[in-house]
Write a protein that binds this ligand. Structure first.
Ligand code: NAD
Length: 425
């Protein structure tokens, strides 16, 4: 049954790896990329599959499967998060790794792209089981990771605590502390000020920037946010502080709509109390499908891939889509939105705040010298604004949608690094 479900997902037209390659192909066509380099950048360089045992609380031993994929290393060590989710697949992790390559290049960071994942449902594991799973997975992928080689970070369902366990596992096997082995750690073990909020903060900075480009005032714009985790909840709060009117939010347990802007502090308190945004008393329940198609000006998908598809794209009413999640819009949906004149700020720009501050964390760990939060936020704003502006200018110059503009900048940079280094041997 599980195998059948997996096979269906991997062969479906919305297979994330297929979509990532399609997005790359569009940029490679436009750049008229050399055939050899194109073939190289189209594949993931290294794919590690690990099947490992974990001792459960009841004394039994359960097997888990995990992955670590390095898509490309031309511009520096690989960088990318680790995802814990029951529906993780190798193809999903390959796509996420490729998107990390372009994201780091678009932001001008000296990193290649990677991603990792474990097929599991962390909500059904005890804290002890989660720690043992994390440590064993970290040990299994230790052949690839390290501060000069590949630096993991949080993604869906992984937290600063999970990063601390990975840092400790790597450090224990070396015999000394290696804080730069992973980012998104707690401050107590070499984490960075501002990292927890960085992805959402980046989304809010980009939101204001795109509005000024489009000549729109945030105070006139109604917003729906899908997913209320690390990326979505911070993006919603900071966008509300910047004047946007947040009318709808959702998580896996449900969605809520309010005719007047939602009170973000009350919503955060409700989520803190109940573990979900569903059932928020100052709004009315709607379905997750309704949230995506809600009468808003701005849609912020901040959950998982393949949420805006050929099936629902024509019903999306937002004129602006800010991709806080990775890969939320399929290429077919992109074309539908583009024909309608909607602006899509692609994931590799919109959610780059996370990896930008991860870069700062890595730099601080390597030099054992830590910066203040104001400096972090200021540098984040400068880098993500430059990345956005560069993509915008490229898109205007080439008369293409913003995603393709961003991709041409990123792919060109990785192709140039590949050409300058030469093909080994
Ligand atoms: P998270 O685990 O903190 O939160 C995910 C949220 O999405 C949760 O609220 C969950 O309930 C919700 N969700 C999941 N499926 C949903 C569905 N079908 N409908 C509605 N809500 C749903 O994860 P996160 O770190 O916030 O990551 C979210 C997205 O942002 C992912 O695509 C991730 O790759 C991307 N991202 C995260 C970071 C980061 O620094 N954490 C950086 C860049 C990109």
């Amino acid at each position: 049954m599980a195998e059948a479900a997996l096979a269906t997902r991997e062969t479906a037209v919305d297979d994330p790896w297929h979509n990532a390659q399609r997005q790359f192909d569009a940029a490679a066509d436009l750049l008229e990329l050399d055939g050899g380099v194109r073939a190289f950048l189209r594949e993931a360089e290294r794919q590690l599959i690990v099947d490992f045992p974990v001792k459960m609380d009841d004394g039994s031993i359960r097997m888990f499967e995990g992955y670590r994929v390095q898509h490309n290393l031309a511009r520096g060590p690989a960088k990318g998060g680790i995802r814990y989710h029951p529906q993780v697949t190798l193809n999903e992790i390959k796509a996420l790794a490729m998107w990390m390559t372009w994201k780091c290049a678009a932001a001008g960071l000296p990193f290649g792209g990677a991603k990792g994942g474990v097929i599991c449902d962390p909500k059904r594991l005890s804290r002890g089981e989660l720690e043992r799973l994390t440590r064993r997975y970290a040990a299994e992928i230790s052949v690839l990771i390290g501060p000069e080689r590949d630096i993991p970070a949080p993604d869906v369902n992984t937290t600063p605590q999970v990063m601390a366990w990975i840092m400790d596992t790597v450090s224990m096997s070396a015999g000394y502390s290696i804080p730069a082995a992973v980012t998104g750690k707690p401050l107590s073990v070499g984490g960075s000020q501002g990292r927890n909020e960085a992805t959402g903060r980046g989304v809010s900075i980009v939101a204001r920037r795109v509005c000024s480009r489009l000549g729109r005032d945030p105070r006139d714009l109604r917003v729906a946010v899908q997913g209320f985790g690390n990326a979505g909840s911070v993006a919603a709060r900071l966008m509300a502080e910047g004047g946007f009117r947040i009318h709808a939010v959702s998580d896996t347990r449900g969605a809520v709509w309010s005719d007047t802007p939602l009170d973000m502090a009350a919503l955060a308190a409700h989520k803190q109390r109940t573990g979900t945004v569903a059932g928020f008393p100052d709004g009315r329940p709607i379905s997750n499908a309704e949230l995506l198609e809600a009468p808003v000006d701005v849609l912020v998908p901040a959950a998982l891939e393949n949420q805006i598809t050929a099936e629902n794209a024509a019903r999306i009413r937002a004129a602006l889509v800010l991709e806080a999640a990775n890969g939320p819009t399929t290429p077919d949906a992109d074309e539908i939105l583009s024909r309608r004149g909607a602006t899509v700020v692609p994931d590799i720009i919109a959610n780059a705040g996370g990896v930008i501050v991860s870069y700062f964390e890595w730099v601080q760990d390597l030099q054992s010298f830590f910066w203040e939060e104001a400096e972090i936020n200021d540098r984040l704003a400068r880098i993500i604004t430059t990345a956005f502006d560069t993509a915008w200018t490229a898109a205007e110059h080439l008369h293409v949608p913003l995603r393709l503009g961003a991709y041409t900048v990123a792919v060109q940079r990785v192709a140039e690094a590949t050409a300058d280094r030469g093909i080994y041997p």
